[in-house]
Structure formats: structure tokens, C-alpha cells
Design a protein around this ligand. Structure first.
Ligand code: BGC
Length: 264
């Protein structure tokens, strides 16, 4: 099934049609900077313009960088706080909506590094924040939010996200030290058999992973930064199999924007 996948991030909103059987993009992705403020209306407008750009009439899967329960947003660490309590699935016209890291994780488990892996696997995304997706024998435990574990009395993502590296102007090696410290903490808590590193930095894994020493194997995401789009589409194609916080979708038609989305 072909599904439009849209990945809402703290700095960009990216979308592309996805062949959910193959786990591949069917066209080049479109990226639009996340509006500021990233209010629900402004973001819904961007989502509608991505739907319109691809002339999409079918199912849509959307990721969100916060806790999503039954399509409703429950946290918003890196986007406008007014999202909390918003029915995002409704706002996006019945799209399947799920946490961004959970989406990336689902894609990695199906098509990437986690394929056929049993046991406890953790997919961690390093971007504006740190996202986490925890799998047990291939089944997702949704909304784990491990980026907010405390390390040295601070929210881990404030020390070790990709944004923290840029903001504090850290060398790759110095940042790798912070990532290692964080991963060791996670390793101690969950004893995973594999850790997959996703997000924008997965493309630059050779710059920092050689400096990260852990007992657990750590690998860069096979799908790199496209995992969110592919995972969103995959979740919308198989809503019943995505635990916790998705809703079965018909087509997506952002509310009040039927025209903009090219629908009648
Ligand atoms: C949010 C998570 C999200 C992660 C990556 C964190 O700040 O709380 O829900 O998955 O950032 O975007």
C-alpha cells in the first residue's frame, strides 16, 4: 500500500509518499521549516500543503515530537506548548499520528537494522531532542520518552542531543563522550541486545560512534533520517498493529483545509 508519510520535527516538517511494503520513498521528500511559533494551526497548515504538494488522496501517517495517546498530544518539549491536549489525529483529518521516535523505530525494526531482531532493542534518535523507541521481541512499548532521563541532574537531551552539540559548539569527540555517558545509563537500565542510533546524526556516525564504547552493540540507523517518514506511513498502513496511540485512518483531510489539501 502507498501511504503519505509526514515527519514533524523541531526544525523541519518532511513528507513523501512511501511504498509501505518495500519501505521506500516513491518520490523525493519535501521539507518545509517548522513554523515559529509551532502552533497547531501553523503546523496543520504545513501538513496540508505537503498533502497538496503530492496531490495525495489516500492514507496519511504523521509523526509528532511528543507523547501521543490515541491521536491526542500529551507532551511538547520541543514544539509549542499549546499542542498539549490537542486531538492531532482530528486536526490532521483522521491521519494516524504517533510519536516520532516510535515511528522511526518501527521503520528500523521492519526495514532497517532491527529487522528480525528478538529481545530488547532500543532505537534512539538524536536531533532537536532525544527520542526513544523500545522493542521487546519486535513489539513496541510506546511513548517511552527516554530522552528525558536525568544525567548529572539534567534532562539528558539538554546535554546530549544533536542540538546540544551545535548549541554548545562541542567537537564530535566531546559530544560522543556525552552520548556514551547517556547510552551507558540506558544500557544499565534496560540491558538491550542492540542500540540503533537514528536522527540526522546517523549519517555522520563515523564521526562519533568510534568514540562511543559500550558493552551493547551500537549501530547507525539503516534508514538514516528517512525512518520517521517511512515509519509514519507504515503505521498508517497497519494501524491495528501499532499499539497505544494511533487511530485507524481513512484518507487524511486536515480539518477546515479541504481545499488546501486538494480535496472536495
Ligand atoms: C520528546 C519526545 C520526542 C523526542 C525526539 C523529546 O523532547 O519528548 O517525545 O520523541 O524529543 O523528537
Amino acid at each position: 500500500m502507498n501511504v503519505l508519510g509526514i515527519d514533524i520535527g523541531g526544525s523541519g516538517i518532511k513528507g513523501a509518499p512511501v511504498d509501505t511494503k518495500a519501505g521506500e520513498l516513491l518520490e523525493d521528500r519535501l521539507r518545509i521549516p517548522t513554523p515559529e511559533p509551532s502552533s497547531p494551526d501553523a503546523v496543520a497548515h504545513v501538513v496540508a500543503s505537503i498533502v497538496e504538494h503530492f496531490g495525495w488522496k489516500g492514507r496519511v501517517g504523521v509523526t509528532f515530537p511528543g507523547v501521543v495517546a490515541d491521536g491526542v498530544i500529551r507532551s511538547a518539549a520541543n514544539v509549542d506548548r499549546s499542542w498539549i491536549g490537542v486531538d492531532a489525529a482530528g486536526l490532521f483529518g483522521g491521519a494516524t499520528v504517533l510519536n516520532d521516535a516510535d515511528a522511526a523505530g518501527l521503520a528500523e525494526m521492519r526495514f532497517g537494522e532491527g529487522r528480525d531482531r528478538r529481545g530488547v532493542v532500543l532505537v534512539l534518535t538524536f536531533g532537536t531532542g532525544i527520542g526513544s523507541a523500545l522493542f521487546v521481541d519486535g513489539v513496541l512499548v510506546p511513548n517511552t520518552e527516554l530522552g528525558h532521563l536525568e544525567v548529572h541532574g539534567k534532562d539528558a537531551e539538554h546535554r546530549a542531543s544533536a542540538r546540544a552539540r551545535e548549541e554548545h559548539d562541542l567537537s564530535w569527540e566531546k559530544w560522543a563522550g556525552r552520548v556514551q555517558e547517556y547510552l551507558r545509563h540506558v544500557e544499565m537500565l534496560f540491558s538491550p541486545s542492540l542500540i540503533v542510533i537514528g536522527g540526522g546524526v546517523s549519517k555522520k556516525a563515523d564521526k562519533f560512534l568510534p568514540h562511543v564504547r559500550l558493552d551493547t552493540p551500537v549501530v547507525p540507523a539503516g534508514l538514516q533520517n528517512e525512518a520517521g517518514i517511512i515509519g509514519a506511513a507504515h503505521a498508517a498502513a497497519t494501524p491495528a498493529k501499532t499499539p497505544g496511540r494511533t487511530r485507524a485512518a481513512g484518507g487524511a483531510k486536515p480539518a477546515g483545509r479541504q481545499k488546501a489539501a486538494g480535496r472536495t
